[in-house]
Design a protein around this ligand. Structure first.
Ligand SMILES: Nc1ncnc2c1ncn2[C@@H]1O[C@H](COP(=O)(O)OP(=O)(O)O)[C@@H](O)[C@H]1O
Ligand SMILES: [Mg+2]
Length: 415
């Protein structure tokens, strides 16, 4: 048995709470995984930002990345690592960079998903530095009647940036007057108008990590710290609905090469689940929004990282969409197609092998994590995140609130 060490790098920005818990639990797990004649242990490090030679080795086997979507030096270092050094990273940096909301809508419409009617409109304003703008618009831009587009989308609808995230510039449009007012304000942003799922009686955010998924009942009208409700999946989803939402999520994720992502779907009056926002490949991982669900997230980060690092799973460098389009082209019902996409997804994510691996090597993770989330170390991690986000006079109160919710999770788990 040769002892080997696999290096897991955390490429981080403002994340505080989950990495501290990830590192703490990893230490307590003290893993020595027997894999193909080796005994594998793990070294977790935070990736630093510094000049690099393109030909210099990358020491990491797996990098968990939270920077690619906005910090380009790290993104380009990761790309070089994938291309030259066999690095495994989630998420695929090329895909994160180029697949915004609009692409994700178009691709999933092509696969038959019930995305609400969505239009794109040219922007209200242009930046003066774009030298060819005048000539281009004068020749080719058709004058259009925004009111007519609004009518075709229907009211109410949502105006939101085609590459949006974090509720930036999202507005609910009730009538033509408010459509025109919002368009005036939209400036240089390229906007979608999307029919509202209205009314809806369930709003679910599915979070995915490799083949793992978790459903959260979401309350968009609540303040940030209460949007993730503490309901358990079986309280708001039938097993059939859960399967549908998981297949939807895993289809999206494997199509785009995203190993962690979240998908928001609303259940409309006709009982259909409409996905509305699912290009979130650096999903919210903060205890300040996830609280009760935070331990699930940390455990999922750990399981998938440990699995990929141990088995030296090969990173899928290109996306290969053809198998999905082949299924889409058949005359099966959407339900049957979705089940088939789900099968492709689980195969790509080695779902069966992963489950077996977790049973064999990580069966103590649940207990170790349960213990960890009762320690001062975990509470300090929560407090640090709260202190980074809340005004000083609220730190104590919100640390206690989130901590209480995690303890509620522990009590439930124990029962
Ligand atoms: N088609 C829609 N129907 C109903 N609500 C919507 C729709 N689109 C957006 N919303 C509401 O607006 C919020 C933000 O829009 P979303 O598409 O999720 O953008 P972001 O990527 O910025 O989170 C959603 O959480 C939801 O509450
Ligand atoms: Mg959203």
């Amino acid at each position: 048995m040769a002892p080997v060490t696999r290096n897991i790098g955390l490429s981080l920005g403002a994340d505080i709470c989950w990495p501290l818990c990830f590192e703490g639990i990893m230490r307590k797990l003290d893993l020595h995984v027997r894999h193909k004649g080796d005994t594998v242990s793990f070294n977790v490090e935070r990736v630093s930002i510094e000049p690099f030679n393109l030909r210099q080795d990358v020491k990491y086997d797996v990098v968990v990345d939270r920077l690619t979507h906005w910090y380009h030096t790290s993104r380009e270092w990761i790309k070089k690592g994938v291309l030259m050094d066999g690095l495994y990273v989630f998420n695929n940096p090329w895909s994160v960079q180029s697949m915004e909301k609009h692409t994700s809508y178009a691709a999933m419409m092509a696969l038959g998903m019930p995305i609400p009617e969505t239009w794109m409109v040219p922007p209200k304003a242009y930046t003066p530095e774009q030298v060819d703008v005048r000539a281009t618009l004068r020749q080719y831009a058709r004058l259009f009647d925004l009111g007519k587009v609004g009518e075709q989308v229907g009211y109410p609808h949502f105006m939101k940036p085609y590459d949006g995230g974090g509720w930036r510039a999202v507005s609910r449009v009730a009538d033509e007057k408010s459509l025109r007012a919002n368009y005036e304000k939209s400036g240089t942003q390229v906007m979608h108008l999307q029919a509202a799922v209205h009314p809806f009686d369930r709003f679910v955010r599915m979070v995915g990590f490799g083949p793992q998924s978790h459903a959260v009942l979401y309350d968009p009208d609540a303040p940030l710290h209460d949007r993730y409700t503490m309901k358990r999946e079986e309280e708001f989803l039938t097993p059939k609905e859960r399967q549908l939402l998981e297949d939807t999520l895993l289809t999206i994720n494997t199509f785009f090469g995203w190993e962690f992502n979240s998908c928001e779907s609303l259940r409309g009056a006709d009982g259909t689940w409409y996905p509305i926002d699912f290009a979130n490949p650096c999903p919210d991982s903060q205890v300040t929004s996830l609280h009760y669900h935070f331990p699930w997230l940390v455990k999922s980060y750990l399981r998938w990282s440990i699995y990929c690092a141990t088995t030296q799973r090969k990173m899928r460098k290109t996306l290969d969409w053809e198998p999905y389009y082949e299924v889409a082209a058949t005359d099966r019902s959407y339900e049957e197609k979705l089940a088939e996409y789900g099968r492709i997804a689980r195969k790509r994510l080695e779902a069966d092998k992963f489950e077996e691996f977790c049973q064999k090597h990580l069966s103590h993770l649940d207990e170790v994590a349960w213990e960890f989330f009762g320690t001062q170390e975990a509470k300090d991690a929560v407090r640090k995140k709260v202190a980074a986000l809340f005004p000083a006079h609220e730190v104590e109160q919100f640390t206690e609130l989130f901590w209480k919710r995690i303890q509620h999770w522990r009590a439930e788990q124990k029962a």
